[in-house]
Design a protein around this ligand. Structure first.
Ligand code: NDP
Length: 476
C-alpha cells in the first residue's frame, strides 16, 4: 500500500519499504514506503496549498464530508475491522468497536458543524467585540499503534471541522487502516491535499513533520520519551501541541461496591486490547474488607480467558503488537518475580504451544501483594498484567492513587455519593469514572494531567485546540 499525498497514492520506485506483519502469526500482510523528509515536505506543500480553499468552505459543508465518510466507514466496517485485527492483533469484536467508534467521532463533529460558533462581548461605552475562531493551518498528527483507528478519529474529526489541513504519520506497525480511512475521506469529498498520509519511521518522517516550519500544530499520542522529544523540537517554531502520553490509571474498589460488576470492570479495563490502552486499569486498589472475595472472583475470570489469534471466533485477548512490547512486559514481570515485588497468582509468562509460537502472546497475569515501589506501580504497564494492592480506607486509596507521575484517568467503584465526591475532588486525573472504566465517548473531553500530557481531545474542547480566537473590536 502506498502513501497518500494530494489525494493520490504516491511512491517512488527507489523508495525503501516497511513491512507490516501480523502480530499473531508473524506473516507479512503488506508493505508501505519508508518515507523521507522530502516526502514530508511534499505533503506539507500539498496541505498548505489546500488550506485556503478548505477554510473558506462553510463549517456545515466540512461537516457533511465527515458525515459521508462516517457512512462509508459503517458500510465497510467488517473489512476495516479485519484489516485492523490483522495489523494490530486485537480480537475482531474489539476491532469492530473501534471502527464504529471512529464513525461515531466523525458523526459527532459533523453534528457540531450545525451549531453556531463565536461570541459577542458587550463592553458598554467602550464598544463591542466580536470573537470568532479561525483554523491554525497545516497540522501534523502522529498516531500510535495501539488504537490507530480511534486515535486517528480523535485528531482528524476536530482538525478538519475547524478548517485545518493535515499531514498524518501513522505508526510503522499499523499504517494500513489509517491509509484506508484516508482514502475513504477522499472519496467522501475531501478536496485533494486536505489530508495527506506519509508513512515511515518516527525518527525520519515523525521528526521531519515536527520540525517543518510550515506545520502549525502537532498532535501526538505515544510514549513520554517521544513526547518530550517532540516538545523540544516543536519549541523551535513555538508550535501548538497536543500530547497524549499514556497513563497508569488506578481503579479503587470500596467495600460497598457491587463486587461482580467491579470484577467485570477490572477484567475489561485491564485486558481489553491486551492491556495496550492508555486508560487501561493499571493499578487496582481493593478495600481490605472485600479484597479476598474480589481476587478469587477475578482469578477465576482471568484463568478462563481465551487467548489467541484475534480472528478466532472465541478469542477474548489477542497478542501484543510487537516483540518489543512483549519483551518489555516479560522484563517487568521477571523483575517483579526476581525482586519479590509481588505474588504472581495467574499467568506470568509467554504462552506456549503451536498456536502461539509465531506470535507475541503473553498470558493474562494477576499479581497480588504488590509493593508500592514495584515497577508495575511506578511505570506504565502497557500489556496484560494487573497489579493488585489492598487499602484500609478511602484516605489510603486516594493517597496511593495520586502516587504516580501520570494523571490520565481513574475509577472508583462505590454506591456512596460522598466517596464519589472525594475521589472526584482529590484524585488528580483528567477523567474520573464511577462504577465504570475505559469508556471515552466523543462527547467528553479526554486528556491527562502531569506527565500524561498536554491538551484535551474529544468534545467541543478539541475544536478549540485546532483553532484560535480572533477578535474584532468595535469602538462605536
Ligand atoms: P512511540 O511514542 O515511539 O510511537 C508513537 C508514534 O510516534 C509512532 O507513530 C512512532 O513512529 C512515532 N515516533 C516515534 N519516534 C518519534 C520521533 N522521534 N518523532 C516523531 N514521532 C515519533 O511509542 P512506542 O511504539 O515506542 O510505544 C512504547 C510505549 O509508549 C508503550 O509501551 C506505551 O507505554 C506508550 N504508548 C502509549 C500510547 C498511548 O495511547 N498513550 C500509545 C502507544 C504507546 P514509529 O511507529 O515509526 O516508530
Amino acid at each position: 500500500m502506498e502513501m497518500r499525498i494530494g489525494g493520490k497514492d504516491v511512491s517512488s520506485p527507489d523508495e525503501a519499504w516497511i513491512e507490516v506483519k501480523n502480530p499473531a502469526t508473524g506473516e507479512l500482510i503488506d508493505r508501505v514506503p519508508a518515507g523521507s523528509a522530502g516526502d514530508v515536505a511534499e505533503a506539507v506543500d500539498a496541505a498548505a496549498g489546500a488550506f485556503t480553499g478548505w477554510r473558506k468552505r462553510g463549517m456545515r459543508e466540512r461537516g457533511m464530508i465527515l458525515f459521508h465518510a462516517a457512512e462509508k466507514v459503517r458500510v465497510g466496517q467488517k473489512d476495516l475491522a479485519r484489516l485492523l485485527t490483522l495489523e494490530q492483533g486485537k480480537p475482531l469484536r474489539e476491532a469492530i468497536d473501534e471502527v464504529r467508534g471512529y464513525a461515531n467521532i466523525l458523526e459527532y463533529y459533523a453534528g457540531l458543524s450545525a451549531q453556531p460558533a463565536g461570541e459577542t462581548v458587550h463592553l458598554g461605552p467602550a464598544g463591542d467585540a466580536l470573537v470568532i475562531r479561525e483554523p491554525l493551518g497545516v497540522c501534523g498528527t502522529i498516531i500510535p499503534w495501539n488504537m490507530p483507528v480511534l486515535i486517528m478519529g480523535w485528531k482528524v474529526g476536530p482538525a478538519l471541522l475547524a478548517g485545518n489541513t493535515l499531514v498524518i504519520k501513522p505508526a510503522s506497525a499499523t499504517p494500513l487502516t489509517n491509509l484506508h480511512l484516508a482514502r475513504i475521506l477522499d472519496e467522501a469529498g475531501l478536496p485533494p491535499g486536505v489530508l495527506n498520509v506519509v508513512t515511515g519511521s518516527g525518527g525520519v518522517v515523525g521528526e521531519a513533520l515536527v520540525k517543518h516550519p510550515g506545520v502549525k500544530k502537532i498532535s501526538f499520542t505515544g510514549n513520554c520519551i517521544t513526547g518530550r522529544r517532540i516538545r523540544e523540537l516543536a519549541s523551535a517554531h513555538v508550535k501548538d501541541l497536543t500530547l497524549e502520553l499514556g497513563g497508569s490509571d488506578p481503579m479503587i474498589v470500596m467495600d460497598d461496591a457491587d463486587i461482580s460488576k467491579a470484577v467485570e470492570g477490572a477484567l475489561r479495563g485491564r485486558f481489553y486490547n491486551a492491556g495496550q490502552t492508555c486508560t487501561a486499569v493499571k493499578r487496582l486498589y481493593l478495600h481490605e474488607k472485600i479484597a479476598d472475595e474480589f481476587v478469587q472472583k477475578l482469578k477465576t475470570r482471568i484463568s478462563a480467558m481465551n487467548v489467541g489469534n484475534g480472528l478466532g471466533p472465541k478469542t477474548d485477548m489477542g497478542p501484543l503488537n510487537s516483540a518489543d512490547q512483549r519483551d518489555r512486559i516479560i522484563q517487568m514481570v521477571d523483575q517483579t518475580r526476581d525482586h519479590g515485588e509481588g505474588t504472581i497468582l495467574v499467568g506470568g509468562g509467554i504462552l506456549r504451544g503451536k498456536a502461539y509460537e509465531s506470535g507475541y502472546f503473553f498470558h493474562p497475569t494477576l499479581v497480588t501483594d504488590v509493593a508500592p515501589d514495584s515497577c508495575l506501580v511506578l511505570e506504565e504497564v502497557f500489556g496484560p498484567v494487573l497489579p493488585v494492592m489492598t487499602v484500609p480506607d478511602l484516605d489510603a486509596a486516594i493517597t496511593a492513587a495520586n502516587q504516580s507521575r501520570y494523571g490520565l484517568g481513574a475509577s472508583v467503584w462505590t454506591k456512596d455519593l460522598r466517596t464519589t465526591k472525594r475521589v472526584f475532588n482529590e484524585v488528580q486525573t483528567g477523567i474520573i469514572w464511577v462504577n465504570r472504566h475505559l469508556t471515552v465517548p466523543p462527547e467528553v473531553p479526554f486528556g491527562g494531567n502531569r506527565e500524561s500530557g498536554i491538551g484535551r481531545e474529544n468534545g467541543y474542547h478539541a475544536l478549540d485546540q485546532y483553532s484560535r480566537t480572533k477578535t474584532l473590536f468595535l469602538g462605536w
